[in-house]
Design a protein around this ligand. Structure first.
Ligand code: TA6
Length: 298
């Protein structure tokens, strides 16, 4: 298992960054600045928490989330890679790929002017090659400040071209799912995953009164969550992404999901920065792709 003390000794930044062992024994990087706090689990390179001091968390986390190897964490920003959703041909492979099920390596920590940056890495190995027969190197940069910037930098270190799909599968805290509006997708075509993948077109802003699971296509953002109950707006700016997923499980799916509380759907929404559906990323040998998201409270 990970030597947390050695990581703390090497990467800790007094008053701003500490590496600790948390629930389930997983190594977690706890970050604080004058204005914000955050927590990033090395398992899955998973941004679990992000909040402005004195405010409601920006990122949502289930009270029923697993925190154990082999099971994904429910909430925050799951890193879904090298495929989004179910594996295209092999149902035995994990949904949303293997990146969120691996312990990532700490590469660097940096104190910036009004933010803290950490860089995590994942390299192909015999286990990943069993899942996905290619070589890669990923650097995931998380910059925690008044905004939350995450960037997945994927390098193809193999000798053949690869293609992948992905998601920064972000769970946002909302006051009440029935009292939010998601804008920035008006007129955009989407695949309705709950209606036989029929393609439809978004008419105006998105509101929620049922299970919602849509892949919006040909959209580079930005998007806005207007939370009437919490009287705040969360903006999502994307880079390297031409699709966005909007998801809320609603009642039945929440009840059927062990790591989702029966009523937890009421205070969350996923607006995901993705390379999904036909927004497939093709990377030549020695090539790379950057998928990025910047989250800000308006
Ligand atoms: O992004 C939406 C989605 O693909 C939904 O269909 C639902 O499966 C969700 O992801 C959560 O997936 P997970 O494997 O984390 O339970």
């Amino acid at each position: 298992m990970i030597d947390v003390q050695a990581l703390q000794d090497r990467f800790g930044i007094a008053g701003h960054l500490a590496v600790k062992e948390r629930n389930g024994g997983l190594p977690v990087v706890e970050i604080q600045t004058k204005h914000v706090t955050a927590a990033v689990c090395l398992y899955g390179a998973h941004v679990m928490e992000y909040a402005h001091r004195g405010g409601k968390p920006v990122l949502w986390m289930s009270n029923y989330s697993y925190h154990e190897l082999g099971k994904p964490i429910r909430g925050g920003i799951p890193v879904c890679w090298p495929w989004f959703s179910a594996h295209p041909t092999d149902p035995s492979k994990p949904v949303h790929g293997f990146a969120r099920l691996r312990i990532w390596t700490m590469l660097s920590t940096t104190l910036l002017d009004d933010a803290v940056e950490i860089r995590l890495g994942l390299l192909s190995d015999e286990r990943t090659r069993m899942m996905w027969p290619h070589d890669f190197q990923i650097q995931y940069t998380v910059t925690v400040g008044r905004t939350l910037r995450t960037e997945l930098f994927v390098m193809n270190t193999g000798t053949s071209a690869v293609q992948c799909t992905a998601a920064l599968h972000t769970y946002f805290t909302v006051g009440s799912i029935r009292d939010i509006v998601v804008s920035g997708l008006d007129g955009i075509e989407y695949i309705d995953n709950l209606d036989n993948s029929v393609r439809k077109r978004q008419d105006g802003d998105i509101t929620f009164d049922r299970e919602t699971d849509r892949i919006y296509l040909g959209t580079r953002g930005p998007h806005l969550i207007d939370d009437k109950k919490l009287r705040r707006k969360i903006s999502i700016e994307k880079s390297g992404s031409n699709s966005t997923v909007v998801w809320n499980p609603w009642i039945l799916k929440s009840k059927k999901t062990p790591d989702f509380g029966d009523t937890e759907y009421e205070t969350m929404v996923c607006v995901e920065t993705t390379n999904a559906a036909e927004d497939v990323v093709k990377i030549p040998p020695a090539g790379s792709h950057r998928l990025g998201s910047t989250i800000a409270l308006e």
